[in-house]
Structure formats: structure tokens, C-alpha cells
Ligand binder design. Structure first.
Ligand SMILES: C[S@@+](CC[C@H](N)C(=O)[O-])C[C@H]1O[C@@H](n2cnc3c(N)ncnc32)[C@H](O)[C@@H]1O
Length: 230
């Protein structure tokens, strides 16, 4: 029986290393963890959700696909009530504000060794800003398409020196420019166009950081003109 997992979650799974102990926070149906166990990628999976209904559906699906004995299920707001014996946390399908509140409540994740795999649905620049201001470095970020929309999946880790990003880099992080994937040009145009539209319509009432980001992306657009596409 095929697992109906989305390309978006498969892209998240692609960031998990063989043998990882994974916490899938906001697991809903549980498909990500089930996939990781069925394929022998993860060593163990903690599936957690804020709500009872989704968690029950994760339990039912895990039983259906024969992996329930290797999954731990937790009803938890973020990582508040889950065991800490994992090395990779996946948070997918949520907006930046929810992800930030989950990270904010768990300063213990600011420690070398934890890997965060984050797939943000909306306001991703706020998530990158938060990471940068709390000592996390974005190690890798890939663009993916799910239906009509473009998203990214990123891997971040806390490190002693951290990584300071400029406002423009909250929208287009350096790692995307170092290793642009094939969807990068489309993503860049979309992000730049959306930001520029907001800044233009808000005029002087747009916050300074947003105006700075808009200027940075204009400069970047000029620089990218001479760069052959990936
Ligand atoms: C849109 S679903 C995404 C499910 C799955 N991760 C995916 O990407 O397909 C978001 C899930 O996150 C859960 N959720 C929202 N806020 C949460 C929080 N603070 N802690 C844990 N789970 C949360 C919701 O109950 C819901 O099941």
C-alpha cells in the first residue's frame, strides 16, 4: 500500500540523515515519520502534535503501515512535552510565527548537535531573521514547488559563532546563492516582486528593515543578471 506523502514532505525527508532520531513536530497524519521508518532512514521517530485528532490519525496510520512499534506519540505544544532524545527536529507545514513560538519555548535547542529541518509555509523571512538573531546558521536551503506555490526547506543548526544576516538575507539567505538550485531564479523573482510590491504600496510607512531589504534585493537582482542560470 503506497503512502500518500506529498512532494513537500519528501523534500523534508531528503534532509534527514540515515540513522537520525527524528522528532516530527506538528506531525498531523504522521506520513513523514512513517515514510522515514518504512524506508529505513530514521532510527526512531517521535511524532507529536498539539491536537488530539491529528495525533490519533498519526497513530492509526502508523499501525496501518506497520511502523507503530517504532514510533513514540506525544501530545505536545511544540517540543514542550516530548522526550529530548532526538537529534533532528522536523517542523513542516506551519507559518513562521508558529515555528518561532516553538523555538522560543525551547532554548535548549540552542546547543550544538541538534539539527532543525524547517519547511515554512508563510513569512519565511521572519523565521530566517529569528534564526539569525538566536545563533542558528542556515546550512542549506532548497526551493520546492507544491502545486501552485513555491516553498523552501532549510536545515539550521545552532553554532557558537552564529550567523548574522542582513534584512535582504532574511529574504534570500547566502546559502541559496552559494548553491542555487534550478528553481532559485523563479523563487528570487517571486520573493523580490512580492516584497517590492509591499514596500511600494506602503511607501514611507514601510519599516526601515523592509525598505533596506528591498534595496538589497534590487542590488542583488542587478548582480544576478550576469550570472548564468543553474
Ligand atoms: C498544516 S499541518 C502540517 C502537517 C505536516 N507537518 C505537514 O507538513 O504536512 C500543521 C500541524 O501542526 C500542528 N500544530 C500547530 N501548532 C502546533 C504546535 N505549537 N505544536 C505542535 N503542533 C502544532 C497542527 O495541529 C497540525 O496538525
Amino acid at each position: 500500500m503506497n503512502l500518500p506523502i506529498s512532494d513537500r514532505l519528501l523534500a523534508c525527508a531528503g534532509f534527514v540523515n540515515p540513522g537520525d532520531r527524528v522528532a516530527d513536530v506538528g506531525c498531523d497524519h504522521g506520513y513523514l515519520g512513517i515514510h522515514l521508518l518504512m524506508r529505513g532512514i530514521a532510527r526512531s521517530v517521535i511524532a507529536s502534535d498539539l491536537r488530539k485528532g491529528p495525533l490519533q490519525s498519526a497513530k492509526d496510520n502508523a499501525a496501518l503501515y506497520g511502523v507503530a512499534d517504532r514510533m513514540t506519540f506525544c501530545l505536545s505544544d511544540g517540543v514542550r512535552d516530548i522526550p529530548r532524545d532526538f537529534d533532528t527536529m522536523v517542523c513542516a507545514g506551519m507559518g513562521a510565527e508558529t515555528m518561532i513560538s516553538i523555538l522560543e519555548a525551547a532554548p535548549w535547542l540552542q546547543k550544538e548537535g541538534y539539527r532543525l529541518i524547517l519547511q515554512c509555509q508563510i513569512k519565511t523571512h521572519l523565521l530566517r531573521r529569528y534564526l539569525s538573531e538566536h545563533g542558528f546558521r542556515i546550512q542549506e536551503e532548497r526551493v520546492l514547488r507544491d502545486g501552485k506555490f513555491l516553498y523552501t526547506v532549510m536545515e539550521a543548526q545552532w553554532e557558537p559563532k552564529g550567523q548574522v544576516l542582513t534584512p535582504g538575507q532574511w529574504y534570500i539567505p547566502p546559502v541559496m546563492l552559494e548553491a542555487p538550485d534550478e528553481k532559485f531564479p523563479e523563487y528570487f523573482q517571486w520573493v523580490r516582486g512580492s516584497l517590492h510590491k509591499i514596500v511600494t504600496s506602503r511607501g514611507e510607512t514601510a519599516p526601515d528593515w523592509m525598505q533596506d531589504a528591498d534595496r538589497e534585493l534590487s542590488v542583488l537582482a542587478e548582480q544576478l543578471k550576469g550570472v548564468p542560470e543553474a
